[in-house]
Design a protein around this ligand. Structure first.
Ligand code: BGC
Length: 389
């Protein structure tokens, strides 16, 4: 009897709980329906290339609502949305709304750059006594991998599992002698939008023949989407030296102390402060378009740069395992391109901070080597960390 009574009480309690639960359910469901998943990677069709291949666009969202869109054409970051100091989200990279935008003559907006980021003098280099000839697509020099660099190829993309954020893996096989470079080269780039509000870019590659390689990312940043130019951004670079260049932007070979030059960014200063100084080196680049030699070890993760926009409060810190950083102040933007939301990209409306090896390293034996041998793994990482102040 007692047992029955107990069972009945238990049943009543359970039934009651279930009832309560049942009543509570619709409410809970409502909340759950509205909630966005903590992190996500989604994809959609972005466009079709002239040869009929489809280009996909992936959207990565981290747990704090930072969002990045990447297309399989060129591995291009088409948008990157971060909050300003008041929490308002804004897109901080230059780009286009459609694939057609990217198929015009575009100066590498948001793209992955390879095989060789930056310039190779006279489009030539020699490996083991054999001379290789590359496209001269920048005056007398080779730039950013040639006529059809990694910025213009279709990458294979898939979501990469990670326990910190949202990640996308991009892969591309560059065939032996593509754009004149030796070796079949397998490249993997993983973009991770971490829950610590970083964009982490991991580059890996392997070759079956000795070759040269210098991969980078070519996003044009403007941390103040409402501002026309980046001249009011404050920049600090962790570099005591930079590489002076000749008229065609090839390093002269000298590694020069920044002290007393417009290239001294050891203390944060506005990009516009010294940009018009009548210094021959600046005139060659028409502003900043130079490579800074980072303090710290090549191959080890270190602080490279901090960019701060006093207007929006956005801060972007750059960390890298690379030995150098090319700071390009968007000097060749001239207002002829109209991008997202009908924005006209005027002179210096965006800037690039391209972590990399030194330009023209294949021809400059005193620079850190960019040679990749079969059996070796190319592996570098760069982090862009977003905060506000
Ligand atoms: C180079 C510039 C070039 C720009 C776009 C940068 O990485 O340093 O000289 O104009 O890319 O092509």
């Amino acid at each position: 009897m007692k047992t029955h009574y107990l069972a009945a009480v238990c049943f009543a309690v359970l039934a009651c709980n279930t009832k309560q639960k049942k009543q509570a359910e619709p409410q809970e469901n409502k909340v759950v329906e509205k909630e966005q998943p903590a992190t996500s990677v989604t994809s959609e069709k972005f466009g079709t290339l002239p040869d009929g291949r489809e280009v996909e666009r992936f959207t990565l969202t981290n747990a704090n609502g930072l969002q990045m869109k990447v297309i399989t054409y060129g591995g291009i970051i088409t948008s990157l949305t971060t909050p300003d100091r008041d929490g308002n989200q804004g897109d901080i990279v230059l780009g286009f709304d459609t694939l057609e935008g990217y198929l015009q003559e575009v100066p590498y907006f948001g793209a992955l750059i390879g095989r060789y980021g930056n310039r190779i003098a006279n489009g030539k280099f020699t490996l083991d006594g054999k001379e290789y000839t590359l496209a001269k697509n920048d005056g007398p020099n080779h730039l950013h991998g040639g006529n059809k660099g990694f910025d213009k190829v279709l990458w294979t993309a898939s979501e990469e599992k990670t326990d910190n954020g949202a990640a996308l893996k991009l892969q591309y096989r560059s065939k032996d002698m593509e754009e004149g470079y030796p070796g079949n080269l397998d490249v993997t780039v993983v973009y991770t939008l971490t829950n610590d509000d970083e964009l982490k870019v991991d580059y890996k590659a392997a070759t079956d023949k000795k070759t040269v390689l210098n991969l980078t990312q070519h996003s044009y940043f403007n941390l103040s989407p409402e501002s026309e130019t980046i001249l009011g951004h404050e920049l600090e670079l962790n570099a005591d030296a930079f590489l002076p260049v000749n008229k065609t932007l090839i390093p002269t070979g000298e590694i020069k102390d920044v002290e007393g030059t417009p290239f001294d960014f050891r203390q944060s200063k506005t990009v516009g402060k010294d940009i018009e100084q009548k210094d021959t080196q600046l005139e060659y680049g028409k502003g900043y378009d130079h490579c800074w030699v980072l303090n710290g070890e090549n191959g080890e993760m270190k602080h490279a740069a901090t960019l701060h926009d006093p207007k929006s409060g956005r801060v972007m810190e750059v960390l890298t395992t690379e030995p150098a950083i090319q700071f390009y102040s968007g000097n060749f933007l001239d207002g002829s391109l109209t991008g997202k939301e009908n924005k006209n990209y005027v002179h210096r409306s965006g800037l690039c901070l391209e972590t990399q090896h030194y330009p023209d390293s294949p021809n400059q034996p005193d620079f850190p080597s960019t040679v990749l041998e079969p059996g070796e793994e190319y592996s570098t990482t760069t982090i862009f960390k977003f905060t506000v102040k």
